[in-house]
Design a binder for this molecule. Structure first.
Ligand code: RNT
Ligand code: ZN
Length: 421
């Protein structure tokens, strides 16, 4: 797109928003402060670098075999750099424990150490970005029966507890070395396909395991703990041990972060609506922004009503500082870098849209009981030249604007990704 057009369109948009009392220059400064934690696993379909190369498990599934997936750490790093180069604003990287540098050795999950992740820390340091971390309690023979931290098999349960303990230590070291707290997110697939009779027992075991895991304390400047629930998964249709009720109580009682993966709720539930409720009781949130489609919770994020309600509710609650934004989706049926960038930009656009709302003005109508005016203004904001502001932000940030992005990714596919097969 021509620079001159982008600037002209922005100038008009700036005036239009100013009429509503919104200062777009200020909004863009705020948007530029927003950090998005990119989930490394979109580059390789949640494969990881363990030698065994076990199948993706835990009820997670990636469909599609579009060519060009990252096969090695080097390829993944190159892909990440490409993604960073196409995004305006600030990013960090979220790693899973299966993405360590195991040097061709078999290193089981209860054996991982800092040294396996030092390369990533150095890499992040060179780029001036932070790291987040996730224990990997799936894609492993000892998770195949559907239980990890809540397993009634003592050997398995102890194995997974040890794994998560190690992950938190590694995460804290990431935070210490990089000078920005690492969020360690815990998600486990535990649950059962058919009706269990001992839900209480499994949940008691999970609580006990978490208490043991979190007994080791780290300064919050190094590590923050988040727990992620799920409504159901493939193979855990009848019961998920770590349900929303379970983790909500756990996080409120123990001052942990709640992870809201918006693919993990019943489709009639509004995740955006939960934010102002949960923030009354827990210190911070972690988002896993995604797009649920029927039974799948992990389609590429788009700018839809659900993402918008989430970002609007955060901005309206003035809670940007208490919400950590991460993405979580994986799709192997299209160019993976393209999927990455489209989803990450959708998240940024959702925040931009929310920041461009004249909230205090609309709130005054609301408080005066003027519901027509409230509705009319909310509708009006949808036809404001939001795209012109976004394009200008991309221009200012030195990244491809609008459709230019597509040709850029096609070039990367031709020159790099297509040579991988
Ligand atoms: C699974 C959870 C979890 C995973 C990643 C790979 O349903 O959403 O966050 O997607 O950890
Ligand atoms: Zn998730």
């Amino acid at each position: 797109m021509k620079k001159e057009f982008i600037e002209k369109a922005y100038e008009l948009a700036r005036q239009e928003y100013a009429e509503m009392g919104v200062n777009t220059d200020e909004v863009l400064k705020k948007l530029d402060e927003l950090v998005i934690s990119l989930h490394c696993w979109q580059t390789d379909d949640v494969g990881g670098f363990e030698k065994a190369g076990s199948e993706l498990g835990g009820g997670l599934q990636v469909t599609g075999n579009y060519p060009g997936k990252a096969r090695t750490m080097e390829e993944m790093k190159a892909d990440m750099d490409k993604v960073f180069s196409l995004l305006p604003g600030k990013q960090r990287l979220s790693l899973h424990a299966i993405y360590g540098d195991f040097g061709g050795e078999t290193v089981d999950r209860d054996q991982i150490e800092l040294k396996h992740f030092q390369g990533w820390i150095d890499w992040a340091k060179a780029r001036g970005i932070g790291l987040d971390f996730n224990c990997t309690c799936f894609s492993h023979p000892w998770a195949d029966d559907g239980f990890t931290l809540s397993s009634k098999n003592e050997t398995y349960r102890r194995f997974w507890i040890e794994h998560v303990k190690r992950c938190r230590r590694i995460g804290a070291e990431m935070g210490r070395q990089l000078g920005t707290p690492c969020i360690h997110n815990l998600w486990i697939p535990d649950g059962s396909k058919d009706l269990p009779v001992d839900r209480y027992g499994y949940r008691a075991l999970l609580k006990e395991a978490l208490d043991e895991i979190f007994a080791e304390e780290f300064p919050t400047e190094q590590l923050k703990d988040a727990v992620e629930s799920k409504l159901f998964g493939i193979g855990s249709e009848a019961m998920v041990v770590g349900s929303h009720d379970f983790y909500l109580c756990y996080a409120a009682q123990n001052k942990k972060l709640i992870t809201l993966d918006n693919g993990h709720f019943h489709p009639t539930e509004q995740v955006g609506d939960k934010i102002s409720a949960i923030l009354q009781f827990v210190p911070e949130l972690l988002l896993h922004m995604t797009r649920g489609v029927r039974w799948d919770s992990d389609h590429v994020l788009t700018l839809n009503d659900e993402s918008l309600l989430i970002t609007q509710e955060i901005v309206r609650a003035n809670a940007l500082k208490r919400v950590n934004v991460g993405l979580d989706y994986f799709d192997g049926s299209l160019n993976r870098i393209g999927a990455y960038v489209v989803g990450a930009r959708a998240a940024q656009q959702a925040f931009l849209f929310a920041l461009l709302e004249p909230t205090s003005m609309i709130r005054r109508w609301e408080e005066a009981g003027k519901n027509f005016e409230r509705l009319a203004y909310l509708e009006l904001m949808k036809t404001k030249p939001f795209g012109a502001v976004w394009n200008y932000y991309c221009l200012l940030s030195g990244v491809p604007v609008a459709g230019d992005l597509i040709a850029d990714i096609q070039k990367y596919e031709t020159e790099i990704q297509s040579l991988r097969n």
